[in-house]
Write a protein that binds this ligand. Structure first.
Ligand code: NDP
Ligand code: 8X3
Length: 264
């Protein structure tokens, strides 16, 4: 745990689910000396999380920032405007992501295709490119951790999830290429692939329809976002020479991606 002392951790999509749990878990693990940059579109929620952290981790400084990762200009502005105290990012957790709908070709709404790729793929790549120069200023070609949240869906595509699965396969491919590109540095490129986790993920998929979202988890015991956060923080807390390059985390009942979602 002490390996995280004094680190600056930047999390995208920190207002809910896995990203929020990561924020709380980093703070729990290093309550005396840590800097957290929390980003998402819902700034009010981020501020509430900052208040929550202040109550149990007095030594954690939190910088909440409104940031839509699907907007390249916002990313550049955000990085340019980081306060001096938060500029030296050590760990980037690329977590922001979403799924929209269960439609199958040829009925997939163009705006759903766009938002999934712009957020899950282009947003993740742009964030990585915006932070890497900071990592590369450090000795031995560079230091820092890039932790990308992929999914079982990136390994096993399923009906009703073609676009989401394609975005997560793209994350996996980008991550693997990046690890190779950075092989002569000390920068660690890490992928964490969750199976089924109960968060706002399904609520977003079904446009806020609580009934449909709840049905996804009926009769099964999904992971909690804290389960994934523990893994994320573990990977960041390893000895510098240890790269947890790739993980796949299922709840006990799961062995594969969902077989299919019906059309809605
Ligand atoms: P949630 O819906 O609970 O959280 C998603 C987070 O992403 C929110 O904080 C949301 O914040 C943020 N986000 C969405 N769009 C944007 C955007 N354009 N810019 C910035 N932030 C954005 O879902 P999860 O916690 O489950 O999802 C987190 C990650 O985990 C995603 O990448 C998802 O694909 C992945 N995952 C989830 C699984 C699951 O079963 N839940 C399984 C495998 C992977 P805001 O709305 O405030 O912007
Ligand atoms: C999200 C989980 O169920 O769509 O990555 O594979 S699922």
């Amino acid at each position: 745990a002490s390996r995280l002392k004094g680190k600056t951790v930047l999390i995208t999509g920190a207002s809910s689910g896995i990203g929020k749990s990561c924020a709380l878990e980093f703070a729990r693990t290093q309550p005396d000396d840590l800097k957290l940059i929390l980003t998402a579109r819902r700034i009010d929620t981020l501020k509430e999380i900052a208040t929550e952290i202040a109550q149990f981790a007095k030594g954690v400084k939190v910088h909440p920032v409104k940031l839509d990762v699907s907007k390249p200009d916002e990313i550049n502005k955000f990085v340019g405007e980081l306060p001096n105290e938060f500029k030296e990012v050590d760990v980037l957790v690329n977590n922001a992501g979403l799924v929209k709908g269960v439609a199958q070709a040829p009925n997939i709404a163009p705006e759903d295709i766009d938002v999934m790729f712009a957020t899950n793929v282009t947003g993740l790549i742009n964030m990585t490119q915006a932070i890497l120069p900071t990592f590369k200023t450090r000795p031995d070609g560079g230091r820092g951790d890039i932790i990308n949240i992929g999914s079982i869906a990136g390994r096993e595509p399923y009906q009703g999830g073609s676009i989401y699965c394609a975005t997560k396969a793209a994350v996996r491919s980008f991550t693997d290429a990046l690890r190779r590109e950075l092989i002569s540095t000390r920068i660690r490129v890490i992928e964490v692939d969750p199976g089924q986790v109960e968060t706002e993920f399904s609520l977003v998929r079904f446009n806020g329809d609580q009934e449909k979202a709840k049905k996804v988890y009926e009769g099964v015991e999904p992971l909690t976002p804290d389960d994934i956060a523990e893994v994320v923080v573990f990977t960041a807390g390893r000895r510098e020479n240890v790269v947890i390059a790739d993980t796949l985390i299922f709840p006990n009942h799961q062995v594969s991606a969902p077989i299919s979602f019906g059309e809605c």
